[in-house]
Write a protein of this length. Structure first.
Length: 403
């Protein structure tokens, strides 16, 4: 078990407190050898309920007494037969990450990240966020009795997420600028003050928690789906889920790795553009804009990893409009009773688009990852719904409802 540069392959010990490669500046990745994975599973066989820490053998923790948990993971994989029939696809499942403790998939990364913060002896943690990361970090920091600093783009964070961040006691800084500027600022702060542990997805340990989404999908389906659709913002999640599948493949738990399909909003689609042009790099979007605030990111830190996951799995990347996102959000809610925030609906919007274009076959088994709960962005949900009918309270006004 070691840290390895994603680009130049320079290696560091797992105990190193580092976010990027000291040689080339690229992202670091946690790597296990096949021998380590198999040996660890013998020491800590999979047992207990479907939760993140069920997979402790496959997670880079040195001191399990430091684990900070809110029983994250174990989210439902919901078979969506009505939505599948509506779309004309044979098998469709939604992996509902909104069932996590703070309502998004970020909790999987934060249980790992905050645990590592304690291992490193940190007293303060920090992040930049579009909302879900800050809500999750604030909760886990409170659980671990750590001080928490959060940098948010002013006026660009949904009310539900801001409410969580504040009530958990984080110190919030609202900056003039977008998420990318917030991330630049928090990185600068952490570089100048090493006592503050950075927990954005540049952190190599956070994706290790998020890879358990891949593990769970395999266990819930008793095998691999054909395709997995994932919304892409900062792009750590699609890489992490792919990583989970590859590790299960390496130890013989699955025979094939699913195709990873990354979906972005049209107003923030640097990875889609790079994929379609055949680039091994991407050009940032300067002023990203979309109703899906969780993926309103123009310069994704893990963009190169996302391209790698998509191409190595023989997947693809597609962009959807805000109109397509809203339509998918309503379909998920009204056909299946599953409430998701707009960014989550992007995965289903992407599926609809690729089914229509013939890129996805109707006889495939598909999983769409829904990354966050609808209550994360209540203003948006209200704005796209029919308003309440105002009545005086006289039963005669309800002629169509009573006989």
């Amino acid at each position: 078990m070691e840290l390895q540069c994603f680009q130049c392959k320079h290696k560091l010990p797992i105990q190193a407190l580092a976010y990027t490669c000291p040689k080339c500046g690229s992202l670091l990745e946690v790597e296990f050898s096949d021998k380590e994975l198999k040996r660890n599973l013998k020491c800590y066989p999979l047992s207990g309920p479907l939760r993140v820490w069920r997979y402790r053998a496959l997670l880079p923790v040195l001191d399990f007494s430091k684990v900070v948990s809110l029983d994250e993971g174990g989210t439902p994989l919901i078979r969506c037969d009505r939505l599948a029939r509506y779309l004309g696809i044979e098998e469709l499942f939604i992996k509902f990450e909104g069932a996590n403790p703070t309502g998004s998939f970020k909790d999987r990364g934060m249980t790992l990240g905050v645990t590592k913060a304690l291992e490193f002896g940190a007293k303060i943690v920090a992040c930049a966020s579009t909302g879900n990361t800050s809500a999750s970090l604030a909760a886990y920091a409170a659980r671990a009795n750590l001080k928490c600093y959060v940098f948010l783009p002013k006026g660009k964070v949904a009310l539900g997420k801001l409410t969580q961040t504040l009530i958990f006691g984080a110190q919030v800084f609202a900056i003039k600028g977008n998420f990318d500027r917030a991330l630049e600022l928090v990185r600068e702060v952490c570089e100048k003050n090493p006592r503050i542990y950075l927990l954005n997805s540049i952190n190599p340990f956070r994706p290790q928690g998020q890879k358990t989404i891949g593990y769970e999908i395999v266990e819930q389906l008793n095998g691999s789906p054909d395709r997995v659709f994932v919304p892409m913002g900062n792009c750590a999640n699609i890489w992490a889920i792919y990583k989970g599948f590859t590790e299960f493949h390496r130890i013989g738990k699955i025979k094939k790795i699913p195709s990873m399909i990354g979906i972005q909003a049209k107003g923030a689609m640097p990875i889609v553009r790079a994929f379609k042009r055949g680039w091994d790099y991407f050009e940032p979007v300067e002023n990203p804009e979309t109703i899906a605030t969780a993926i309103r990111i123009g310069n994704p830190v893990n963009g190169i990893k996302a391209l790698h996951a998509i191409r190595r799995s023989k997947g693809m990347a597609e962009a959807v409009s805000d109109k397509e996102i809203v339509r998918a959000q309503k379909l998920i809610a009204q056909l299946e009773g599953i409430g998701v925030e707009p960014a989550s609906a992007a995965s289903v919007a992407g599926l609809i688009k690729l089914l229509r274009s013939g890129e996805v076959s109707k006889d495939e088994k598909v999983v769409c990852v829904a990354t966050g709960h609808t209550l994360k962005d209540p203003e948006e949900a209200i704005s796209i719904s029919e308003p309440p009918k105002v009545i005086s309270g006289d039963v005669r006004e309800l002629k169509g409802l009573v006989r």
